[in-house]
Design a protein around this ligand. Structure first.
Ligand code: SF4
Ligand code: SF4
Length: 757
């Protein structure tokens, strides 16, 4: 990322539109240099609070199912609901306007305000108003807009776009706010505490509320049957915006309409918990405008009659509704759980992992849907780790949306003979041969790895040469600072073939029998680890045979090469189907591949084949061992005695992001502890390496910045109780920990096997 501009001099607005790749890279540099500590602190606090708050919901899963169903049905019936809503608003005495475009909405609101001769408008937080750039439109017409949400007030003073859906100024530390206010306002106040800053802002805002001619709010949800609005907030400013001035304009996207006011309850349960982790926000307003109570009038003035306008905007949403993939983004209730549970977002926030309006994993679909596809370029920062999927209250498959955006962006690339030839040689599907060389290189890792392993001494010598690393960096974007793990002289398949004794034992009748899937990452990268997994299973009383090693599509999917991923998935399915049909359990060592079989294949296989996959048992090896031990009453501590491990009993364990999303991580901790290991676990969402992500020159710094949280947790654990054996369950996590800590990293299976005679 060679760039002469000091990242501290880059302003968020300059890099808001990331259709140009340079803007994305500059934004990453700027946020890492300036905003990262505040973004990390705030998002990680929200994230911890969300885990705690949702754990207290006994019906969390049912609530999510209900929320999803309400939104699915509402979007499916959107035209009918809009007609119903219009009738309800008019019957209530309000005005209704459905704006096709952002410009239409701006024009309508501006005209209403001009008709009322409004000079000053107070505004509650509304991301939709950012989308349509309402403040610009109104200010151009001579109308002053006062943002009344504290965070929006800060951003208005700083002239920045929001960096987070619910906490727009989350990238500001208290010290930076103090410096900003002192720079922009004349005051003798110290402004050294949060309280002083709030009092200062409140004094300014109070004057605006008193003098305001109109109030503009958003809406979290709108009920079609009654025209009622639901708004959740922490500061009470939105409630004042809607109730004090005589003229109230509510602005929202058409996706906010749900059938009935009774639907609000489900979302009131989920929204605050998923966002800030609060059981309820300080203010929940359910409003039925226009209000009957008189509007506010300053002493000596007469209250004006109330008027209410509901402005709903389409601005691409109807197109999204028709889109087979992007329609899912319309279910979003803007809670921010997907931002706060995303390790990359936690490191840089929405000024890098975001566009002009929307941010985070879900933001790409919104920028593409309401703007242009290339505005969604920042969705490249989605590594597909899947941590957000289980946190989303409406169960949106965010990585799948981003993989599709990537595919669409790949398709806009210029054709070239080199790319086409490279794709043909490496096996990319014909439609994916237009993808950049870098993507095709990472998508077809197994082809390169297979050849490199055949001539491992030569490959390791060549890839160690600085000039070769320079070439690889220039041509396929493989960062030269990232150490490459050496290629083994024998693959997992070869090692297994070379040990006939092991294969003989694997047919012991009477024991559970499983197929161990030889994923390409372990086969070409860590064959000894694969062998250890098989030895561990046998020691625990499981018969195991090894599958052929075939590409599973994970690497291609992460590059947005969906046709290639699908081709590989369908090829692999042919090999596994006979086993699935017999009911054989498939054991999968690499968590990213486990996640493919368990969920991503739904998108890549035909419906009949997927049905068979969905019914089959795909298990992590330690998950399998624990379940067999429980079933057979085996005491694992008698087989794997921690005291016998040459690595000692102190362990720091980091589980892979996708392994946790598959609910296949806690079993490892339970086994290690029950066998006598003293286990400290990491609490990061992802290590930052995320497959090929950490290898890419463009994202190396971000990957290492994300990893720093994990490394810090290792250091903290070791400061307290001495050095621990580093243990991780995914290939990427191994490489990241190795890079950050400079020490050997083991897999849990290697730790357990080390206790055997
Ligand atoms: S899949 Fe992972 S990287 Fe992508 S948005 Fe979700 S949490 Fe972030
Ligand atoms: S995608 Fe899901 S988790 Fe993310 S903001 Fe929307 S509703 Fe919340």
């Amino acid at each position: 990322m060679g760039n002469l501009v000091d990242p501290a001099d880059i302003t968020p607005r300059q890099v808001a539109n990331k259709s140009d790749k340079k803007a994305l890279l500059d934004a990453i540099r700027m946020t890492l240099s300036v905003q990262s500590p505040a973004v990390r602190r705030n998002t990680q606090t929200f994230n911890r609070n969300r885990y705690a708050a949702t754990a207290l919901l006994p019906d969390y899963d049912e609530l999510k199912d209900r929320a999803r169903l309400i939104k699915e049905q509402a979007i499916a019936n959107s035209p009918e609901l809009l007609r119903q809503l219009e009738a309800a608003v008019r019957a209530n005495g309000g005005h209704f306007y459905l704006a096709k475009t952002a410009t239409d909405a701006d024009r309508y609101i501006r005209d209403v305000l001009l008709r009322h001769e409004a000079k000053l408008v107070v505004k509650g937080k509304s991301i939709t108003s950012e989308e349509i750039k309402l403040n610009h439109a109104l200010e151009a017409a001579g109308i002053t807009v006062a943002e009344t949400d504290l965070a929006e007030f800060i951003l208005q003073v700083a002239d920045e776009q929001p960096s987070h859906i619910i906490a727009p100024a989350l990238h500001y530390s208290r010290e930076r706010i103090t410096a900003l206010f002192k720079r922009k306002f004349t005051t003798d106040l110290p402004l050294d505490t949060g309280e002083e800053l709030t009092v200062f802002a409140r004094e300014k805002l109070r004057q605006q509320f008193i003098a305001a001619d109109a109030g503009i709010s958003g809406a979290n949800l709108i009920a079609a049957d009654s025209g009622s609005l639901m708004l959740v907030e922490s500061e009470g400013n939105i409630r004042m915006t809607m109730t004090l001035p005589p003229l109230h304009i509510a602005l929202a996207g058409i996706e906010k309409v749900v059938p009935s006011r009774t639907d609000f309850g489900t979302f009131i349960e989920l929204l605050p918990r998923s966002g800030t982790g609060q059981p309820l926000t300080s203010y929940v307003s359910i409003l039925h405008p226009p209000l009957k109570a008189p509007s506010f009038a300053a002493p000596g003035k007469t209250a004006k009659p109330r008027e209410f306008h509901l402005v709903l905007i389409d601005n691409g949403r109807s197109r999204m509704r028709e889109d087979p993939i992007l329609h899912e983004a319309l279910y979003c209730i803007r809670c921010s759980a997907c931002l706060n549970s995303c390790a990359n977002f936690e490191a840089v926030g929405g000024h890098a992992f975001g566009g002009e309006t929307y941010s985070g994993g879900i933001g790409g679909s919104w920028e593409a849907g309401t703007g242009t596809l290339m505005n969604a370029r920042f969705s490249e920062l989605c590594t597909g780790c899947s941590r957000c999927v289980t946190q989303c209250p409406v169960r949106i498959d965010i990585p799948w949306l981003n993989e599709n955006l990537r595919q669409r962006m790949n398709a806009l690339q210029p054709e070239s003979g080199v790319k086409a030839a490279f794709g043909a040689v490496t096996g990319s599907a014909p439609e994916d041969r237009i993808a950049p060389l870098q993507k095709q290189f990472f998508a077809n890792y197994h082809v390169m790895a297979k050849e490199a392993t055949r001539f491992s001494s030569l490959s390791n010598a060549v890839t160690g040469l600085p000039f070769v690393r320079g070439l690889m960096e220039n041509f396929v974007g493989l960062d030269r600072r990232r150490k490459l793990p050496p290629f083994p002289s024998k693959t997992w398949e070869q090692l297994h073939r070379d040990q006939p004794g092991d294969r003989a034992r694997s047919t012991n009748p009477g024991l559970p029998h499983v197929l161990m899937f030889a994923d390409v990452f372990t086969n070409y990268g860590s064959p000894e680890r694969g062998m250890a997994a098989m030895r561990m299973l046998r020691a625990a009383g499981v018969n195991v045979e090894l599958s052929p090693s075939l590409p599973d599509g994970r690497a291609a999917l992460s590059q947005g090469m969906i046709a290639t991923a699908s081709q590989q998935a369908n090829g692999l399915a042919k090999t596994l189907l006979p086993y699935l049909e017999k009911g054989t359990v498939i054991c999968v060592l690499e968590p990213s591949v486990l996640a493919m079989f368990r969920s991503d294949y739904e998108h890549l296989l035909d419906a009949t084949t997927w049905e068979k996959f969905a019914r089959a048992s795909f298990l992590d090896p330690l998950q399998l061992v624990l379940s067999v031990a429980k079933e057979r009453g085996t005491d694992l501590s008698q087989i794997f005695r921690a005291g016998k491990s040459p690595h000692g009993t102190l362990v720091f364990y980091h589980s892979h992001c996708q392994q946790r999303s598959c609910d296949a991580a806690w079993q490892t901790i339970e086994i290690l502890r029950s066998c006598g290991f003293d286990v400290v676990t990491s609490s990061v969402e992802c290590c930052g390496m995320a497959g090929s992500f950490g290898y890419k020159r463009d994202y190396y710094e971000l990957s290492m910045a994300v990893g720093e949280d994990l490394f810090a947790q290792v250091r903290a654990a070791e400061q307290e109780g001495g050095q621990r054996t580093l243990v991780a369950s995914g290939t990427s996590c191994h490489e990241q920990l190795w890079a950050g800590m400079g020490r050997e990293v083991l897999h849990p299976v290697e730790v357990l096997v080390s206790t055997l005679d």
